[in-house]
Write a protein that binds this ligand. Structure first.
Ligand SMILES: [Zn+2]
Length: 281
């Protein structure tokens, strides 16, 4: 959250972008400031998001056979999952795929959130690599309901790691939670015209009165704010998710571990907040 001074400073900056900055640069700067402001407003208005009970597990070259076999068994024991991915931004190049988060929902009170670290996988000839492939093969089964905030196509870039193929993605049953949530919101909150008896202040929370465009999709952060009345911290949105998040992966100092913990929290909360939104539909 920003201090009062930082907040006022930000407001001033939004209204006083130097006239020498024009075109796309100006637009980009404005968007960046507005995002910061939106983040601050949500952080001020709502308490932070709190997940349901879960356990996080990393998949990387340190993961053992027995952990992978256990996870594959857990996948077989349920049909409900959430999935998200993180990529890293490289200037003037396509985003580089870095992380896949898979939540294995075993019950309302317990789930695993598995973080697959694409830049730290075992070598292709190792047995654990075969088991990671098996993990995805078991997951991408037509009988499984895989909830994604958006489209399954965000996984296409990840095919280059040879853990799964385009064909496997075609066979699975993804559910676009972002679209489902929009439909849910519009059904639950149609426009309420203000009556003459009421004040001028409209309490209507239909998409239009909230200032959201009809054609636009909902951000997960806004869905969490309006549906769950919680603030989902999105400040790490363009971070370096490829650095190796598992604290046992390499030797890290305490600052490095703290940085990784904030990235891990960001990554697992995307799945965990989707789970809570699913419960509202
Ligand atoms: Zn309205």
């Amino acid at each position: 959250m920003l201090s009062q001074r930082e907040y006022e400073d930000l407001l001033w900056k939004i209204n006083n972008i130097p006239s020498t900055i024009t075109g796309k640069k100006r637009q980009h700067l404005r968007t960046t400031f507005k995002k910061k402001l939106h983040e601050h407003e949500l952080a001020t208005k709502y308490p932070p998001f709190e997940p349901l009970k879960f356990e996080q597990v990393f998949i990387n070259f340190r993961t053992t056979d027995s952990t992978l076999i256990h996870l594959i068994d857990q996948i077989k024991s349920t049909t409900v999952f959430t999935l998200d991915t993180e990529s890293i931004i490289i200037p003037y190049q396509p985003n580089a795929p870095a992380l896949i988060q898979v939540q294995i929902i075993l019950s309302e009170s317990f789930s695993y959130v598995v973080l697959i670290e694409m830049c730290h996988l075992p070598r292709a000839y190792e047995h654990t690599f075969t088991l990671v492939k098996q993990f995805f093969q078991t997951l991408f089964n037509a009988d499984n309901n895989i909830f994604i905030w958006g489209d399954i196509s965000e996984l296409h870039n990840f095919c280059s790691y040879n853990l799964f193929t385009y064909d496997q993605l075609d066979l699975c049953n993804p559910i676009n939670l972002q679209d489902a949530f929009k439909t849910h919101w519009n059904t639950q909150h149609p426009h309420q015209p203000t009556t003459s008896a009421s004040t001028n202040y409209s309490e209507c929370i239909c998409e239009e009165c909230l200032g959201f465009q009809k054609k636009k999709t909902w951000s997960l952060q806004n869905a969490v704010a309006f549906e769950l009345s919680r603030w989902l911290d999105k400040r790490q949105t363009t971070s370096n998710f490829d650095i190796g998040l598992d604290p046992t992966l390499y030797h890290f100092n305490s600052a490095e571990i703290a940085h990784r913990q904030s990235l891990i929290r960001y990554a697992v909360y995307d799945c965990l907040s989707m789970q809570q939104i699913m419960l509202k539909l």
